[in-house]
Ligand binder design. Structure first.
Ligand SMILES: [Cu+2]
Length: 174
């Protein structure tokens, strides 16, 4: 059935063109503990596989993924670098122009160790901070040039929400 086979190939190619992971964000990345009001998120730098660039977080670049957490709760980012190039993570304000490299975090303690030089292959760090104040932020790789080349996703600290969520960021209208 050559016709069916052609359709299958086209469908496989679409996620790469559309800028999103084929199956969307993995639900296993996000956990919520209502007793301690703590969000745990597996923050994977340089996810390999069907991605556009190794300079990604969880396969996403340029703000394509949005992590939303309730205001004044605890956030734990379990950072791991799965890429051969050193990477890091730091929470910065959601505004342009972005810095070239890690500077002061927008939220106290919301950054990994080695924020500028980056953590090596399969190195891990646990980033723990309080989600405040409410607002729009970016989780940005602080290694010089990486953020500007697209290595950032969105973090929203939302008042009035009771649980965290993650979703692909809706496409901006042109
Ligand atoms: Cu990086």
């Amino acid at each position: 059935m050559p016709r069916t086979r052609t359709v299958g190939l086209v469908l496989l190619a679409l996620p790469l063109l559309g800028g999103a992971l084929e199956h969307g964000p993995d639900p296993k990345w996000l956990r919520w503990n209502p007793a301690t009001r703590t969000t745990s998120f597996e923050l994977i730098a340089g996810l390999t596989g069907q991605v556009k660039s190794p300079f990604n977080f969880n396969g996403y670049t340029n703000g394509e993924l949005t992590l939303t957490v309730p205001e004044s709760t605890t956030v734990v980012l379990n950072f791991v670098n799965e890429d051969g190039t050193p990477h890091s993570a730091i929470v910065i304000d959601d505004k342009d122009p972005m810095p070239t490299m890690a500077e002061e975090p927008a939220i106290p303690r919301a950054y990994s160790v080695k924020a500028i030089e980056g953590l090596g292959y399969f190195a891990k760090d646990v980033i723990r901070f309080k989600a405040a104040p409410a607002g729009d932020y970016r989780i940005f790789c602080g290694v010089p040039g990486h953020g500007l080349s697209g290595m950032w996703i969105r973090l929203k600290v939302a008042p009035g929400t009771t649980e965290p969520s993650m979703a692909e960021t809706p496409a901006q209208s042109p």
